[in-house]
Design a protein around this ligand. Structure first.
Ligand code: NIG
Length: 404
């Protein structure tokens, strides 16, 4: 039995919308014990069971981070597109010129399995170094039946090879492939769903946007995914208010993601339906857009998760401290709310009831930091503060020298 003792244990069992450190559900001078990949004790250090003790010396201990929105299986590099955007050309205009998602599709199709796997494992390891123990990974750069399923397989292999658990999502409606009509691609994507489930997909997703897919197309695809038992997500209201938030709510999606331009009606519909908001402030920053403001969602009673949206086009930063900083500075979350959003929030979005909080019976995913102060993480951003990461009971990172 492993016992992390004398820690400031952030159980994440407080309500997210509360002020100060309340969302963290802190236990001062606490302890967490784990055995066989599960947490068996959370409480005071004085009451902890015996075992192999790690003395935290008063440092912060949280659940492993759950990144609920990534596109991290890809090949190629779009730095030149980034430079073009910095010179004033828009994301949609670059897509119209043949760049954007379709340029990554070309590079991804041309890459070998080994190349794709290597890139995905490197990204997941960098995330694990920050304390991310679960990452959702979307397809969407294959855009043919065989290539989408290849992405799914590689996502799962990358999870097994990296030690960061991957929750794969079939992002069937990301873009229309060059060689198919919209109708043909929609039919193909829908037909792919049962095979994706067989291979291990846990979610389905679509990009509802002008220049991407309509509400009707997203509805057809996601309804079929839901029928097959998948968790549904929707890229919603990113570049325009296309009614995505309300659509996600009406379909029973677990989350609507992006939401920079979601309407107040959309937000109210999400609250009624229990659809969580996945805010992606690093992507908004990358695109020099205005990030969604979290307080409006929290006030309406919507759960807010923060996710990286790691992808080759609109966000290339793996750093969790940068994500926490962006969640606070751009979305207006408090440090405690941002930490909750990256742990309990991410787990809710992925419908993973076995993680995201520290409680007996949950998966033993733990991060021990080099600071006792939760506010330090989004403050001293750009370096990582995890000094020990435990994933499913296994120690996957130990850093001798702290950053603080
Ligand atoms: O979530 N919005 C659509 N998909 C990605 C971007 C993908 C890309 O540009 O390659 C996103 O931001």
């Amino acid at each position: 039995m492993l016992v992390v003792k004398h820690a400031r244990v952030a159980t994440m069992t407080g309500a997210q919308a509360l002020a100060g450190d309340e969302p963290l559900g802190l236990i001062e001078d606490g302890a967490v014990a784990c055995s066989e990949g599960r947490i068996v004790y959370v409480g005071t250090a004085a009451g902890a069971p015996a075992g192999e003790v790690i003395d935290a010396g008063g440092a912060l201990l949280t659940p492993g981070f759950v990144d609920a929105h990534t596109h991290l299986v890809f090949a190629g590099d779009r730095a030149q597109e980034h430079a073009l955007r910095l010179s004033g050309v828009s994301y949609l205009e670059i897509a119209r010129r043949g760049g954007g998602i379709r340029s990554t599709v070309r590079a991804t199709r041309a890459a070998s399995d080994a190349e794709l796997l290597d890139g995905a494992v490197s990204r997941l390891r960098r995330m694990l170094d920050c304390g991310v123990t679960t990452a959702e990974v979307k397809t969407g750069y294959g855009l043919s039946g065989a290539e989408e399923l290849r992405m799914l397989r590689i996502a799962l292999q990358a999870g097994a090879a990296s030690g960061c658990e991957v929750i794969p999502t079939l992002l069937g409606l990301h873009a229309v492939p060059e060689e198919a009509s919209r109708e043909e691609w929609l039919a193909t994507a829908v037909e792919l769903l049962p095979e994706a489930v067989r291979l291990g997909a846990r979610g389905c997703d679509a990009f509802c946007e002008q220049g991407a897919f309509t509400q009707a197309e997203c509805t057809t695809f996601l309804r079929r995914g839901l029928e097959l038992g998948l968790t549904a997500h929707l890229h919603a209201d990113q570049l325009s208010d296309s009614g995505g938030a309300a659509l996600a709510a009406s379909l029973g999606c677990a989350s609507a993601d992006h939401l920079e331009r979601a309407s107040s009606e959309g937000l109210a519909a999400m609250a009624r339906a229990g659809t969580a908001a996945v805010l992606l402030p690093l992507a908004a920053w990358f695109l020099r857009d205005t990030p969604a403001k979290a307080q409006a969602f929290l006030e309406a009673g919507v759960t807010v998760a923060l996710a990286s949206n790691l992808n080759p086009g609109s966000q290339r930063i793996e750093s969790v401290s940068m994500l926490l900083a962006a969640g606070c500075l751009f979305c207006g979350l408090t440090p405690a709310q941002a930490l909750w959003a990256c742990t309990a929030g991410g787990a809710r979005v992925l419908r993973l009831s076995d993680r995201g909080v520290l409680a007996a019976g949950k998966r033993a995913d733990l991060v021990l930091f080099d600071t006792s102060d939760p506010a330090h993480l989004p403050y001293h951003a750009g370096v990582e503060h995890a000094r020990m990461v435990i994933a499913a009971g296994k120690t996957v990172l130990v850093r001798e020298k702290a950053c603080s």
